[in-house]
Structure formats: C-alpha cells, structure tokens
Design a protein around this ligand. Structure first.
Ligand SMILES: Nc1nc2c(ncn2[C@@H]2O[C@H](COP(=O)(O)OP(=O)(O)OP(=O)(O)O)[C@@H](O)[C@H]2O)c(=O)[nH]1
Ligand SMILES: [Mg+2]
Length: 409
C-alpha cells in the first residue's frame, strides 16, 4: 500500500474563514486519498509570507518534509493545491518520491470508477490534459509524475510520452467523444419525444444522491460511503403520486477545488442535469461543512452554465443529526425512508403548477417549434420578423426543454 504525507502552505495574512476552508479541504483530501486506496501517515502545514514559486514550501520546510518521508518510509507526498510544473519538478528532485496533488488523486479515483466507455474516455482525456499542462516548460514527462496511487489510468508506459504523442492521443479521444456526444444527442431526442420530465439529482459527493434514487425508484444503484461512488449517470423512471411519470437521473458528485478542465470533462456526463426540468440538490445535513458544500454545488452549477432550472433543496440524513436545518427545502432521510413523499410532491408542485416564462427565436425552417408553442404555451405572443419568429409566453416546465435550444438568437 502507498504511504503518503499530505501538505499545504498558506499565507499568514488570510482571514479566519479562509483558514478554516483550507483546513476543511485538507481533511477532505485525507478522505480522497483513503478512497484512492492509500494510507495517510502524516500531514504538514506551513504558514508563509508568500508561496515559494520554486518549491511551493519554504526551503527549511522542504528539508523537514524530506526527513519525514525518510522516517516514515512514505512513498509519496500529496499537496492540497495544484503545484506548478516547476514546483513539481523541483520537489521531485529533492524528495525522490512521488509528488502528487489533489487533482491527480481525484483523477485517479475517477479512473477506477468509470465504468461506461464514455466515462473511461472522458477520464483518459482529463488525465492527458493534466499531464499536458504539467509538461509546459519542462519539456519531458518526469517518470515520477503522471500516475497517482498505484499508477492507475494511463499506465506506466504512457508516462514516457512526449507532448506530441499526448497531443495525438488527445485528438483521437476528442473524435471519440464527439461521436459519443452525437449518439447521446440522438438518444435524448428520442426520449424527448415521449415528453417525460427529467429530474436530475445533483449535490456534493457522498450526500446520498444514489441512495435517494434507489429508494425513490426501488432500484439498486451503487451506494457507498466513499467519495465519487458514482461516475456514470443512471436513469430510472418514477411515478409521482398523481400518476405522472418522471425520469430521475443520478449524477457525479461535486467537490471543492475541482479544476476547470475536470469540470469540463464531466460536463457531458452532467449533461442530463443541463436538460433537466428540475434539479434535486441533495445535501448531507449531518455534515458539519454543509454550508460550504452547498456553496460549492451552487458555484459548480453556475460554472457549468446550469441556470434557470428550478431547484429543490433536499436536506438528507436527518436521522443522523440534531443540528437545526435551514427552512428552504425538504428534510428527509433516504436511508430511514423519512419524508420521501414530500420530495415527490415538491416535484409535482413545480411540474404541474408552475409555468415558466420564455422567449424564443425560431428560424423559419423550424416552424414546428412555433406550432409546438401554439399547442402548449399560454399567453402567447408571436412576432414574425425578417429572419425568425420571436415567440414569448408561458409554458409548463416539463415542456420547456424543447424550446431551450432557441432561447438565444
Ligand atoms: N445515516 C444516513 N446515511 C445515509 C443516508 N442517505 C445516504 N446515506 C449514506 O451515505 C453514503 C453515501 O451515499 P451515496 O448514495 O453513495 O452518496 P452519493 O451522493 O451518491 O455519493 P457519490 O456518488 O460518491 O457522489 C452511503 O453510505 C449511504 O448509505 C441517510 O438518509 N442517512
Ligand atoms: Mg452516487
């Protein structure tokens, strides 16, 4: 088993709140490393005037870390921040063990979790992007860089690859991803024909999303007390109390400090959420860092361009906590099956009581969309302009997704 030491440095000048965030994040890194299958044997924190651009930690602290590595016979070190290529290279030279960072660990977990062919391709792409960005300025891949715990993913062989080869492989993967996207697009179109509203379950990793999907749909999706148990989205049909069907979609969990290119890699797996009629934001109400988790989820949704979709906040695991819970959502326990009906009735409320105001710009070639509005929308105003038809009105949330592609000119 790999034995690693975690480390992070931060400026003395930061606020109390920022400091708390950094320490929480470090706690979480422990869980991530644990999930990746390695043992954390120590943690090192340094408060500095400014982060050392060449070695990340100060000179003396690097020496201390080196001694600690030798004493504990650690096989690697993991930084909770992204290290620059230069910092990685310098630390590798001095410490002579694997130098890793948070992103690499997350990629490593993703690599073991991806089950679908699309998930696997997406992960490999993200790994190559990570490596590619690490090559900037150093010329060649360091043999100790690339693979994290146990060198999963691209594998030892590929670590020797130079930039040109990585580029070429990325081009191949890009093509594959595009083909898969086309395929998914077709599937979605087929599904849209039946007009069943989509409800996507989003939230921080380990909040209980898959568990909720299971209890609501009586199925058996992988549920684990670990980070990123779910990577590939699963969909189940669920019937609401009043008899209407919805499609409930499980998605990959979010986490703080997810680098941009990783968010992008999962953009496609999260596409279900983008086309959803409603989002269930599942929150682990028993987690002391609940508030940070909520903020991270909100921010990530914004980064993914997911907006204008009604969100139901679902405070889960109420069986596990006595802390007061905010009043802006439903409180449930997926595990103890408490209050699950209220989730379904909230969904119903939004789907069938609320209408969504819309404005679309429809080119003349897509006149069936105008007909769709005339058949389904209310308070309709149709303006035939030179190149397109401008339609405004109100429509059921469940029927809005067809108009989504036309909301910008
Ligand atoms: N006590 C308690 N535990 C719960 C509840 N709901 C889920 N859990 C547990 O929380 C852990 C995580 O549940 P999952 O459903 O895998 O969480 P997830 O949000 O899908 O996690 P990822 O797929 O990793 O993002 C599991 O051990 C569940 O059994 C609940 O209501 N109460
Ligand atoms: Mg899950």
């Amino acid at each position: 088993m790999e034995k690693v030491i975690l480390f992070v440095a931060y400026k003395k000048s930061i606020s109390k709140k920022e400091e708390e965030y950094i320490l929480e994040s470090l706690e979480e890194l422990k869980e991530l490393v644990d999930t990746a299958g390695a043992e954390v044997c120590d943690t090192m924190i340094q408060k500095v005037e400014s982060i050392n651009p060449s070695h990340y930690l100060g000179k003396g602290k690097v020496e201390e870390l080196k001694q600690l590595v030798e004493e504990l016979e650690a096989t690697g070190v993991v930084c909770d921040e992204e290290l620059s290529p230069v910092q990685m290279k310098n630390l590798a030279e001095l410490l002579d063990v694997k130098i890793m960072d948070r992103t690499l660990i997350i990629l490593d977990i993703f690599a073991t979790r991806a089950k679908s062919s699309e998930g696997k391709v997406q992960v490999e792409m993200a790994q190559l992007k990570y490596q590619y960005s690490r090559l900037a300025g150093t010329g060649a891949m360091l043999s100790r860089q690339g693979g994290a715990i146990g060198n999963r993913g691209p594998g030892e062989k590929k670590l020797e690859l130079d930039k040109r080869h990585i580029r070429a492989r990325m081009d191949v993967l890009k093509q594959e991803i595009e083909n898969m996207e086309k395929h998914r697009h077709l599937l979605r179109q087929r599904r849209e024909k039946d007009n069943i509203p989509i409800v996507a379950i989003v939230g921080y990793t380990n909040a209980g999303k898959s568990k909720l999907l299971n209890v609501l749909s009586d199925s058996d999706v992988y549920v684990q007390d670990q980070l990123f148990a779910t990577l590939d989205p699963t969909t189940r049909k669920v019937t609401l109390p009043e008899g209407a069907d919805i499609r409930l979609v499980d998605t990959v969990g979010f986490i703080r400090k997810l680098p941009h290119h990783l968010i992008k890699a999962f953009y496609s797996t999260l596409e279900e959420a983008r086309y959803a009629d409603i989002l269930l934001h599942v929150i682990d109400a028993s987690n002391p860092h609940m508030q940070t988790h909520i903020e991270v989820v909100d921010e990530t949704l914004a980064k993914l361009g997911i907006k204008d979709i009604p969100i139901i906040k679902v405070y889960n695991k109420i069986d596990k906590t006595d802390e007061p819970i905010p009043m802006d959502g439903v409180k449930i326990s997926a595990k103890s099956k408490i209050n699950l009906d209220s989730v379904l009735s909230e969904i119903e409320k939004i789907l069938f009581e609320n209408l969504k105001q819309f404005e679309v710009f429809v080119p003349y070639k897509d006149s069936h969309i105008v007909a769709y509005c005339q058949a389904n929308a209310e308070k309709l105003a149709v303006d035939y302009q030179e190149n397109l038809v401008n339609v405004t009105g109100y429509i059921h949330y469940s029927k809005f997704h067809k108009l989504e592609p036309y909301t910008t000119v």
